[in-house]
Design a protein around this ligand. Sequence first.
Ligand code: CA
Ligand code: CA
Length: 409
Amino acid sequence: MIFLTISIVSLFYLFSLSFWSDYMTLAKNQDQSIPVPSLIDPDLKVELVASGFEFPTSMPFVDEDDIQLLEKNIGNVYRIVNGNVTHQLLHLDVSSKDERGLLGIVLSGNDDSNNNDTNVFLYYTHCPKVKGQDKGSQDCGNYVYKYGLDSEDNKLVDPKLILSLPALPTPSHLGGILQMDKGNNLYVTTGDLQTTKFNQNQTGFDTRAQNIINGTAPDGRAGILRVSQDGNPVDDGLLGNDYTLSFYYAYGIKNSFGIGFDPVTGNLWDIENGPQFGDEINLVEPGFNSGWEKVQGVWKLNDTREKESIFNDSETVEFVSFDGKGKYSNPEFVWGKPVAPTALVFLNSDKLGQQYKNDMFVGSAKKGTILHFELKEDRKSLNLTGDLSDLVYSKNDESSKMIFGENLE
Ligand SMILES: [Ca+2]
Ligand SMILES: [Ca+2]
């Protein structure tokens, strides 16, 4: 039998917001009672490639054996070649409170705006400091910067500010995932920046991007933004040409830690994090409205964003549509109870076997699980059977068909 190898680093890319250091403790102990990372397919195995990182969040491949990796709280960008950390490419002064930090990275070819071979885009939170202390959250921001990779000196150089995004009222739900489409446009996930349970008295941050009819103009939160590599709106904007509405590709998103492009169709998909229910997988067509804060998962919400009833399309829910340019559509998959999806990746390869080629993989922070989904032939929905054919994973549903790997935490 040929043993195909999936590297732990590849898995980690899927499972980007896990606690790597916890896993390393497990790996060292090798105690029978402690679960070890495993894959369901007996033809595949997990292999340790590199270790010792503190709260890694994202790790793009430059090529097969050349990886960049982010540390959320420390703000370091590393280069890993053949499993060895060869260089620290950059250190950033980031705020690491709660979900803030160095969160997202994507690479692209040079666009001739600098002399470097590769552009590296980074998403991070920065709060100005006074005497070493965060000055207060009012000046914090989430930023997307473009760097050039100087591969001779192994440094990220020539920083250019691409997007300046809000970071209030709380250090939660700020997205931070970056992706690049085939046309070399940059996509950025943002969240609503509100912690529903603990900050319900906060006001002034309700925008129309959260489907608040009388809300203020969208300011970059609660969506998937699309910009050129210079930070300009693409085609004058899908939903309108006002700043910052012109950046929105999708809206009505509470928070997202994962977006990916289907390598067959080029369609964008996302995972979304619900409150105490209703994590989602969505096909994100241009102008997609995911429904937050009016609908989450398959549920219509009340004024305090709790479940009110099952939502169906005939029901009257007043969504913000931006003059009909934005369209609500239902998720392609919903979890009844949260599994904290952390990454979404399409496997654009047959290296793990023909049966996985172009399929979708989703990481979950719950027990470090990697889930595997096949798309239907039209590639606009998921090929789900049995208990999952209602598109909802409920408490007693059989989930084994989804599971690809476990204990990757
Ligand atoms: Ca939704
Ligand atoms: Ca079900």
